[in-house]
Design a protein around this ligand. Structure first.
Ligand code: SF4
Length: 217
Protein backbone atom coordinates (compact mmCIF):
# COMPACT_ATOMS: atom_id res chain seq x y z
CA UNK A 1 0.00 0.00 0.00
CA UNK A 2 1.32 3.48 -0.90
CA UNK A 3 0.28 6.63 0.89
CA UNK A 4 1.14 10.24 -0.01
CA UNK A 5 -0.13 13.74 0.74
CA UNK A 6 -0.50 16.30 -2.03
CA UNK A 7 -0.72 19.97 -1.08
CA UNK A 8 -3.31 21.90 -3.04
CA UNK A 9 -5.83 24.74 -2.86
CA UNK A 10 -9.52 24.33 -2.02
CA UNK A 11 -11.55 25.05 -5.19
CA UNK A 12 -14.77 26.12 -3.49
CA UNK A 13 -14.31 29.82 -2.77
CA UNK A 14 -11.93 32.68 -3.44
CA UNK A 15 -10.44 32.56 0.06
CA UNK A 16 -7.95 30.07 -1.38
CA UNK A 17 -7.33 27.88 1.67
CA UNK A 18 -4.49 25.39 1.40
CA UNK A 19 -4.99 21.76 2.35
CA UNK A 20 -3.46 18.33 1.84
CA UNK A 21 -5.16 15.63 -0.18
CA UNK A 22 -4.54 12.16 1.28
CA UNK A 23 -3.81 9.71 -1.54
CA UNK A 24 -3.84 5.96 -0.95
CA UNK A 25 -2.81 3.67 -3.81
CA UNK A 26 -3.45 6.47 -6.33
CA UNK A 27 -6.91 7.23 -4.95
CA UNK A 28 -7.80 10.43 -3.07
CA UNK A 29 -9.43 9.31 0.18
CA UNK A 30 -9.63 12.50 2.24
CA UNK A 31 -8.23 15.87 3.24
CA UNK A 32 -5.80 16.82 5.99
CA UNK A 33 -4.67 20.19 7.40
CA UNK A 34 -1.85 22.16 5.82
CA UNK A 35 -0.56 24.41 8.57
CA UNK A 36 1.89 26.60 6.66
CA UNK A 37 -0.70 28.69 4.81
CA UNK A 38 -1.18 32.12 6.46
CA UNK A 39 -4.66 32.23 4.89
CA UNK A 40 -6.21 29.37 6.88
CA UNK A 41 -3.46 28.17 9.28
CA UNK A 42 -4.43 24.51 8.90
CA UNK A 43 -8.16 25.03 9.26
CA UNK A 44 -10.78 24.42 6.59
CA UNK A 45 -14.54 24.80 6.56
CA UNK A 46 -16.96 21.86 5.85
CA UNK A 47 -16.92 22.62 2.12
CA UNK A 48 -13.13 22.32 2.05
CA UNK A 49 -13.11 19.24 4.28
CA UNK A 50 -15.13 17.29 1.72
CA UNK A 51 -13.85 18.99 -1.44
CA UNK A 52 -12.17 15.75 -2.56
CA UNK A 53 -15.44 13.85 -2.89
CA UNK A 54 -16.18 14.74 -6.49
CA UNK A 55 -12.82 13.40 -7.72
CA UNK A 56 -13.88 9.73 -7.80
CA UNK A 57 -17.63 10.31 -7.74
CA UNK A 58 -19.54 7.83 -9.92
CA UNK A 59 -21.60 10.71 -11.39
CA UNK A 60 -18.49 12.40 -12.75
CA UNK A 61 -18.12 12.43 -16.54
CA UNK A 62 -14.97 10.61 -17.59
CA UNK A 63 -15.47 10.78 -21.36
CA UNK A 64 -16.93 13.44 -23.66
CA UNK A 65 -20.59 13.11 -24.66
CA UNK A 66 -21.85 14.11 -28.10
CA UNK A 67 -25.54 14.92 -28.44
CA UNK A 68 -27.54 13.54 -31.34
CA UNK A 69 -31.11 14.75 -31.09
CA UNK A 70 -32.04 14.42 -27.45
CA UNK A 71 -29.60 11.59 -26.71
CA UNK A 72 -26.01 11.94 -25.49
CA UNK A 73 -23.51 9.35 -26.76
CA UNK A 74 -20.08 8.64 -25.30
CA UNK A 75 -17.25 9.59 -27.65
CA UNK A 76 -13.46 9.64 -27.57
CA UNK A 77 -11.58 12.92 -27.22
CA UNK A 78 -10.39 13.02 -30.85
CA UNK A 79 -13.96 12.78 -32.15
CA UNK A 80 -15.20 15.40 -29.66
CA UNK A 81 -12.39 17.86 -30.39
CA UNK A 82 -12.82 17.40 -34.17
CA UNK A 83 -16.52 18.18 -33.82
CA UNK A 84 -15.87 21.25 -31.64
CA UNK A 85 -13.27 22.63 -34.02
CA UNK A 86 -15.53 21.98 -37.05
CA UNK A 87 -18.43 23.79 -35.38
CA UNK A 88 -16.26 26.75 -34.35
CA UNK A 89 -15.00 27.11 -37.92
CA UNK A 90 -18.59 27.80 -39.06
CA UNK A 91 -18.49 31.20 -37.30
CA UNK A 92 -16.62 34.45 -37.86
CA UNK A 93 -14.43 35.56 -34.90
CA UNK A 94 -16.76 38.44 -34.02
CA UNK A 95 -19.71 36.05 -33.88
CA UNK A 96 -18.16 34.14 -30.98
CA UNK A 97 -17.75 34.99 -27.31
CA UNK A 98 -16.08 33.26 -24.37
CA UNK A 99 -17.51 33.60 -20.88
CA UNK A 100 -15.24 32.44 -18.08
CA UNK A 101 -15.93 31.92 -14.39
CA UNK A 102 -14.88 32.95 -10.90
CA UNK A 103 -14.88 29.23 -10.08
CA UNK A 104 -11.88 28.78 -12.40
CA UNK A 105 -8.33 29.29 -11.20
CA UNK A 106 -6.27 32.27 -12.42
CA UNK A 107 -4.46 29.86 -14.72
CA UNK A 108 -7.74 28.55 -16.21
CA UNK A 109 -8.94 32.11 -16.81
CA UNK A 110 -5.62 33.02 -18.43
CA UNK A 111 -6.01 30.03 -20.76
CA UNK A 112 -9.60 31.06 -21.58
CA UNK A 113 -8.31 34.52 -22.54
CA UNK A 114 -5.52 33.02 -24.72
CA UNK A 115 -8.02 30.63 -26.33
CA UNK A 116 -10.44 33.49 -27.12
CA UNK A 117 -7.87 35.92 -28.48
CA UNK A 118 -5.24 33.56 -29.88
CA UNK A 119 -7.30 30.65 -31.22
CA UNK A 120 -10.81 31.95 -31.88
CA UNK A 121 -9.40 35.43 -32.70
CA UNK A 122 -12.34 37.06 -30.96
CA UNK A 123 -12.16 40.10 -28.72
CA UNK A 124 -15.31 38.98 -26.88
CA UNK A 125 -13.99 37.52 -23.64
CA UNK A 126 -15.74 38.18 -20.37
CA UNK A 127 -15.92 36.88 -16.82
CA UNK A 128 -18.82 36.65 -14.39
CA UNK A 129 -16.85 38.59 -11.74
CA UNK A 130 -16.99 41.68 -13.98
CA UNK A 131 -20.77 41.72 -13.57
CA UNK A 132 -20.55 41.25 -9.78
CA UNK A 133 -17.52 43.42 -9.11
CA UNK A 134 -17.37 46.22 -11.66
CA UNK A 135 -19.03 48.59 -9.14
CA UNK A 136 -16.68 47.60 -6.31
CA UNK A 137 -13.66 47.88 -8.60
CA UNK A 138 -14.47 51.52 -9.34
CA UNK A 139 -14.98 52.21 -5.62
CA UNK A 140 -11.75 50.47 -4.63
CA UNK A 141 -9.80 52.30 -7.32
CA UNK A 142 -11.11 55.69 -6.22
CA UNK A 143 -10.49 54.93 -2.52
CA UNK A 144 -7.21 53.01 -2.63
CA UNK A 145 -5.80 53.48 -6.16
CA UNK A 146 -6.11 49.75 -6.86
CA UNK A 147 -9.14 47.73 -7.98
CA UNK A 148 -8.22 44.70 -5.90
CA UNK A 149 -7.73 43.76 -2.27
CA UNK A 150 -4.92 45.93 -0.85
CA UNK A 151 -4.39 43.94 2.35
CA UNK A 152 -3.66 40.35 3.23
CA UNK A 153 -6.35 38.14 4.78
CA UNK A 154 -4.50 37.96 8.16
CA UNK A 155 -4.58 41.80 8.27
CA UNK A 156 -8.37 41.58 8.72
CA UNK A 157 -7.80 39.86 12.07
CA UNK A 158 -5.66 42.82 13.19
CA UNK A 159 -8.20 45.51 12.23
CA UNK A 160 -9.84 47.80 14.78
CA UNK A 161 -12.95 48.51 12.71
CA UNK A 162 -14.37 46.44 9.84
CA UNK A 163 -17.03 47.66 7.42
CA UNK A 164 -18.65 44.77 5.59
CA UNK A 165 -21.01 45.62 2.70
CA UNK A 166 -23.23 43.06 0.95
CA UNK A 167 -21.19 40.01 1.93
CA UNK A 168 -22.35 37.32 4.33
CA UNK A 169 -18.70 36.60 5.05
CA UNK A 170 -19.17 34.26 8.01
CA UNK A 171 -21.13 31.79 5.86
CA UNK A 172 -19.81 32.44 2.36
CA UNK A 173 -16.09 32.73 3.18
CA UNK A 174 -15.82 31.14 6.63
CA UNK A 175 -12.04 31.31 6.89
CA UNK A 176 -12.14 35.07 6.27
CA UNK A 177 -15.05 35.18 8.73
CA UNK A 178 -12.66 33.60 11.22
CA UNK A 179 -10.41 36.66 10.90
CA UNK A 180 -13.41 38.90 11.58
CA UNK A 181 -14.16 36.90 14.74
CA UNK A 182 -10.49 37.14 15.71
CA UNK A 183 -10.63 40.94 15.37
CA UNK A 184 -13.94 41.07 17.28
CA UNK A 185 -12.36 39.05 20.11
CA UNK A 186 -9.63 41.71 20.30
CA UNK A 187 -12.32 44.39 20.65
CA UNK A 188 -12.73 45.50 17.01
CA UNK A 189 -16.08 46.86 15.88
CA UNK A 190 -17.97 45.33 12.96
CA UNK A 191 -20.29 47.51 10.88
CA UNK A 192 -22.41 45.42 8.55
CA UNK A 193 -24.67 46.58 5.71
CA UNK A 194 -26.84 44.07 3.86
CA UNK A 195 -30.50 43.54 2.87
CA UNK A 196 -30.60 40.28 4.88
CA UNK A 197 -30.19 39.62 8.59
CA UNK A 198 -27.46 37.02 8.14
CA UNK A 199 -25.17 35.25 10.65
CA UNK A 200 -22.64 38.02 9.90
CA UNK A 201 -25.29 40.59 10.91
CA UNK A 202 -25.75 38.75 14.22
CA UNK A 203 -22.05 39.26 14.99
CA UNK A 204 -22.06 42.97 14.09
CA UNK A 205 -22.05 46.00 16.40
CA UNK A 206 -24.05 48.02 13.90
CA UNK A 207 -26.34 46.45 11.30
CA UNK A 208 -27.58 48.66 8.46
CA UNK A 209 -30.39 46.97 6.56
CA UNK A 210 -31.30 48.39 3.16
CA UNK A 211 -33.73 47.40 0.43
CA UNK A 212 -32.51 44.66 -1.87
CA UNK A 213 -31.30 46.14 -5.18
CA UNK A 214 -30.49 49.57 -3.75
CA UNK A 215 -26.84 48.91 -2.81
CA UNK A 216 -25.27 49.59 -6.21
CA UNK A 217 -27.52 52.45 -7.33
S1 SF4 B 1 -13.27 29.04 3.24
FE1 SF4 B 1 -13.93 26.89 2.94
S2 SF4 B 1 -14.68 26.83 0.82
FE2 SF4 B 1 -13.46 28.70 1.02
S3 SF4 B 1 -11.40 28.10 0.32
FE3 SF4 B 1 -11.47 27.87 2.57
S4 SF4 B 1 -12.00 25.71 2.93
FE4 SF4 B 1 -12.53 26.21 0.79
Amino acid sequence: MTFTQVTTTCPYCSTGCSLNLMVQDGRVIGTAPYYRSPVNEGRICPKGTYCHQFIHNSDRLKRPLIRKGDIFYEADWDAALDLISRRFSEYQPDEMAVLSSARCSNEDNYLAMKFARGVLKTRHIDHCARICHSATMVGLYLAFGCSAMTNSIPDIGKSDCIFCLGSNTLEQHPLIGRQIIRARTRGARLIYADPRHTPTAIQSDLFIQFYSGSDVL
